[in-house]
Design a protein around this ligand. Structure first.
Ligand code: SAM
Length: 280
């Protein structure tokens, strides 16, 4: 695995804690993801992957790749001529990911690298799209992570985030917090490390709203920023385009998320926040 030689990111204390925590739960991470989200994470991932507008032969990046679910989804989209890079600072998570990649015979297409999301070990404009899933709550500097993703993505390419969020409806939010603070740490504690699943709700309580994340993407220089709430706002997908270049919409998924369009048909009740966010 390549080593990241860039400068150390700020707030090394949080980074150390996060790396150790994911290192401790790496073996159970996939199982718990599926159990605790009732498998919904698989659909959320597909929605985010479509926003990447990937085509066969492209190069894609998964930031905070962990056990490589997004990297594997990208590999299917870029095909045998394409390439996927996954970067994560937790080697036990990457080792689980590497086993999954090997089991699918995709070693030649997917490379997993040790590195920091806030100082990506990649050249400017070197990938066609960059995605990050369930990572931003864990980094110390979200704007810097978006700037890095925008830096390494070529003009016209997409930068996409999938992250847990807080439901908009007060009733749903109460139920959600009940689940997150009471149920989830118990199940997590039975099957894995309890403190990791106590950290999860805490990391969400203070996390940025979808509107704030969209603003950070714009501040990182991204254009046409769109945010989409899924499953009543439990998660949000954000997508923005690096200025310049051209990337015509794929037949599969146009970047513009129109009300009543493909995304809306996929999940009744999902909110396109474009209007509320004043997205370009
Ligand atoms: C909740 S897991 C998500 C893993 C994967 N993206 C997925 O969708 O399942 C968060 C991952 O982000 C990684 N991570 C957190 N902060 C990071 C950073 N600053 N640089 C690189 N990886 C980071 C952790 O090591 C962990 O593997």
């Amino acid at each position: 695995m390549l080593r990241n030689t860039h400068e150390a990111p700020p707030d090394a204390g949080k980074a150390r804690y996060v790396r150790a925590m994911f290192g401790a739960i790496a073996g159970r991470y996939d199982l718990l993801n599926t159990l605790l989200s009732f498998s919904a994470h698989k659909w959320w991932r597909r929605v985010a992957l479509r926003r990447c507008a990937l085509r066969p032969g492209m190069t894609a990046l998964d930031v905070g790749a962990g056990t490589a679910d997004m990297a594997l989804g990208m590999a299917a989209r870029v095909g045998p001529e394409g390439q996927v890079l996954g970067v994560d600072f937790c080697e036990p998570m990457l080792r689980v990911g590497a086993r999954k990649v090997a089991a699918r015979g995709l070693d030649g297409r997917v490379r997993l690298l040790a590195g920091d999301a806030q100082a990506l070990p990649l050249a400017d404009g070197s990938v066609d799209a960059a995605v990050t899933a369930f990572v931003l709550r864990n980094v110390t500097d979200v704007p810097r992570t978006f700037r890095e993703m925008a830096r390494v993505t070529r003009p016209g390419g997409m930068v996409v985030s999938l992250e847990l969020s807080r439901p908009a409806s007060p009733l749903l939010r109460r139920l959600y917090y009940l689940y997150f603070y009471r149920v989830l740490p118990r199940i997590g504690g039975m099957l894995s490390r309890k403190d990791a699943y106590t950290y999860l709700p805490n990391s969400l309580t203070d996390f940025h709203s979808p509107e704030e994340l969209a603003e950070m993407m714009r501040a990182a220089g991204l254009e046409e920023v769109r945010a989409l709430r899924l499953t009543g706002g439990i998660v949000a997908v954000h997508a923005g385009r690096v200025p310049g270049g051209s990337l015509p919409p794929t037949a599969e998924e146009p970047h513009g998320i129109e009300p009543g369009g493909a995304a809306a048909r996929e999940g009744a009740g999902d909110d396109d926040l474009r209007g509320a966010l004043g997205g370009a």
